[in-house]
Ligand binder design. Structure first.
Ligand code: B12
Length: 306
């Protein structure tokens, strides 16, 4: 199985879908029965299979939380069951954080928090840990950080990136206020937003919230963060960035002895799209970048880093 190098510090492999389904069932059943020891054993097996952190967090550990949420919604379980699973998840994430130490330090600092009034914390913590693992210094503030206090904090600490998580739609008003507050800082910080309330809305754009970027999931957050930081580092324009990415894709394709049609077919994309990307004329999406990196046997980082 191909090496999948998005997890710095550990050699990781792509999870086999059969293993993923089996372990997810075991893990979920264990937690629903309150058997934390069996749940931790399922995580140990995922570690032994060399899964990357994103797979363990998003594809394995997120599942029972959503399931208990649905059951709670239907009145089948009390909030006590959700609380137990949430607390267990947060504890296990601390263990995994030690397993997946970063093997590089980018020299960038981010602050990650849920917006004022939003009590949901696990998604934001997943984003924070994936950024840490990718080499970011992260100040994680947890849930419900008042907009004014966050703004003072960013003014004092001067993070390169502010990452705001919004889970509940009721918190969207506070998202707007928070971004407005942050943008009064001189110079204004770069703000990325995400979480269920914004990422799942197809008409949500960064402009709508005054932010610089929206990421659709925790993994994309890491890729976009890096792109934003690279931009900050070298004052690249988007055109420069696209042109560099395009040049790197072309060089890697030629190294791999592929023509554009072969790369297009490997990545499941159109050949004319590949041509435009290689010329730096296409505002390439993160999903396409992932497919291209995969087809070339590279990581996204190989394609976007300076
Ligand atoms: C656990 C939970 C709670 C817990 C939170 C405990 C805690 N300490 O975190 C408690 C009990 C406190 C809670 C309270 C409430 N909740 Co609640 N809760 C949930 C539940 C079941 C799971 C949330 C979770 O942890 N998911 C696991 C994480 C890993 O997934 P995630 O949050 O989606 O995060 C992923 C992505 O979204 C993304 N992501 C997250 N943040 C960010 C940020 C960036 C920048 C990026 C790029 C990506 C990203 O990355 C993560 C990994 O992929 C959801 C159900 C659901 N389907 O989401 C409801 C849910 C979110 N809650 C809901 C509601 C309504 C509430 C309450 C209003 C209920 C009430 N009547 O009191 C309150 C609101 C409290 C408040 N003011 O915020 C609704 C929200 C609906 C809406 N209107 O938007 C949901 C969807 C349940 C439902 N089906 O109705 N909740």
């Amino acid at each position: 199985m191909a090496e999948f190098n998005t997890s710095a510090g550990r050699a990781t492999t792509r999870a086999d879908p059969k293993d993923l389904n089996r372990l997810r069932d075991e893990y979920t059943e264990a937690l629903m029965a309150g058997n934390e020891r069996a749940a931790s054993a399922a995580i140990d097996r995922a570690l032994a299979l060399n899964w990357d952190l994103k797979t363990i967090y998003v594809d394995l550990m997120r599942h029972p939380i959503l399931l208990v949420g649905e059951m709670w919604d239907r009145g089948e379980v009390s909030v006590a069951y959700e609380h137990q699973i949430t607390q267990y998840t947060i504890q296990e994430m601390a263990r995994l954080r030690r397993e997946f130490r970063p093997d590089q330090h980018l020299g960038f600092r981010a602050v990650v928090t849920s917006v004022e009034g939003d009590q949901h914390v696990v998604g934001a913590l997943m984003v924070a840990d994936l950024l840490r693992q990718a080499g970011w210094e992260v100040d994680f503030l947890g849930a419900d950080t008042p907009a004014v206090d966050l703004t003072d904090f960013v003014r004092e600490r001067k993070q390169d990136l502010v990452v705001l998580s919004v889970t509940s739609r009721e918190s969207l008003g506070s998202l707007r206020t928070t971004v407005e507050n942050l943008k009064t800082i001189d110079p204004p910080p770069t703000v990325m937003i995400g979480g269920r309330a914004v990422s799942f809305e197809s008409d949500s754009t960064p402009d709508l919230w005054g932010a610089d970027a929206i990421a659709s999931d925790a993994f994309e957050a890491v890729v976009i963060a890096r792109t934003l930081a690279v931009g900050v580092e070298g004052s690249d324009s988007i055109a420069d960035l696209l042109s560099r990415i395009g040049g790197r894709i072309r060089a890697s394709r030629l190294d791999a002895g592929m023509n554009q049609a072969e790369l297009a077919s490997g990545a499941g994309l159109d050949r004319t799209y590949i041509g435009a990307v290689e010329r730096g004329r296409q505002n390439v999406t993160m999903a396409a970048l992932l497919r291209l990196a995969d087809a070339l046997g590279l990581s996204i980082d190989d394609l976007i880093s300076k």
